[in-house]
Design a protein around this ligand. Structure first.
Ligand code: CP
Length: 316
């Protein structure tokens, strides 16, 4: 069983079906309806790197659906510090759980885990590699705002070199015919192999370092944090820290329906003045992680989401 390691593990039809299920699960995610579709199932949360949203939204999603959660917890208090390998850790948790959400600093670690696990693995971020469940909640957010995933103009801005969210998202967006504009400082450009892959698949890709010039034509501006922890050298980080700082004053020419997204956490790339504008979407985006992960877990565990969730559910 492999799970979801990159967006290549899902067809466009599967993506749409999972997003449709997520739409129906909204009343459950919001705590308005009791629907224990995953009662008796256990999620293993294995986070070898810090996380707030991914870890907590997976946990919330499983609990809202009536299931249980076991956590590795702080790596420093686990047997990893005694030298236990990732392989051995996975063998244990595989036996304790029905599905595993995992984040690891090493690119490729989620695939490595999936290759030896019996239960499905959901990649919650592997180094600078992929973050497909983030992409699913991003797609859900974009579709809710624009009513479609097709043919939108999406600006991905900031640290495109180390930012795994934009690696996964750019692949998914271009599969739906979106144009992507990569706005970054020169040293943080999207990796060449990703750009080559997107273009080979017919995607329209533009690169620039001028974020502000892209605002008026954008349907989505997706900001990212400069990933300080992935820089080999602190001096290199200081050269690009604070490269982009979006302020409410920068949005005067934005189209009314344009949304600003960010996987969070933010540092200084979105000024708090943006929070009160009609464009700010990042806190709603973070909430959408719950409903999207509910839907993903149901799909992976082959538990159908009822067509009429209100009729199937009960009062809390
Ligand atoms: N978006 C995201 O991955 O956030 P966390 O690092 O808090 O999980």
């Amino acid at each position: 069983m492999s799970g979801i390691i990159t967006m290549d593990d899902l067809t466009n039809e599967e993506i749409i079906s999972i997003l449709d299920d997520a739409e129906r699960l909204l009343p459950v995610a919001e705590g308005r309806l009791h629907l224990p579709l995953l009662q008796g199932r256990i999620l293993g949360n294995l986070f070898f790197e810090p996380s707030t949203r991914t870890r907590m939204s997976f946990e919330t999603a499983m609990k809202r659906l009536g299931g249980g959660v076991v956590n590795l917890g702080d790596v420093k208090t686990s047997s990893v510090v005694k030298g236990e390998t990732l392989f051995d850790t996975i063998q244990m948790v595989d036996g304790y759980t029905d599905i595993i959400a995992m984040r690891h600093p090493r690119q490729g670690a989620a695939q490595y885990a999936a290759d030896s696990a019996r239960v499905p693995i959901l990649n919650g971020g592997d180094g600078a590699g992929h973050h497909p469940t983030q992409t699913m909640l991003d797609l859900f957010t974009i579709r809710r705002a624009h009513g479609t995933l097709e043919n939108l103009n999406v600006v991905l801005a900031g640290d495109l070199r180390y930012g795994r969210t934009v690696h996964s998202l750019s692949h998914a967006l271009t599969r739906f015919g979106c144009s992507v504009i990569f706005a970054s400082p020169d040293t943080l450009r999207m990796p060449e192999e990703i750009i080559a892959d997107l273009r080979a698949n017919g995607a329209e890709v533009t690169e620039t370092d001028d974020l502000l010039a892209q605002i008026s034509g954008a349907d989505v501006i997706y900001m990212t944090r400069i990933q300080k922890e992935r820089f080999p050298d602190e001096d290199e980080y200081s050269k690009v820290a604070g490269a982009y700082k979006l302020h409410a004053n920068d949005l005067d020419d934005a189209n009314a329906e344009m949304i600003i997204m960010h996987p969070l956490p933010r540092v200084d790339e979105i000024h708090p003045s943006v929070d009160k504008t009609r464009h700010a979407c990042y806190f709603q985006q973070a909430f959408n992680g719950v409903v999207t992960r509910m839907s993903l877990m149901c799909w992976l565990l082959s538990v159908p989401v009822p067509e009429d969730v209100e009729a199937a559910g009960g009062a809390l």
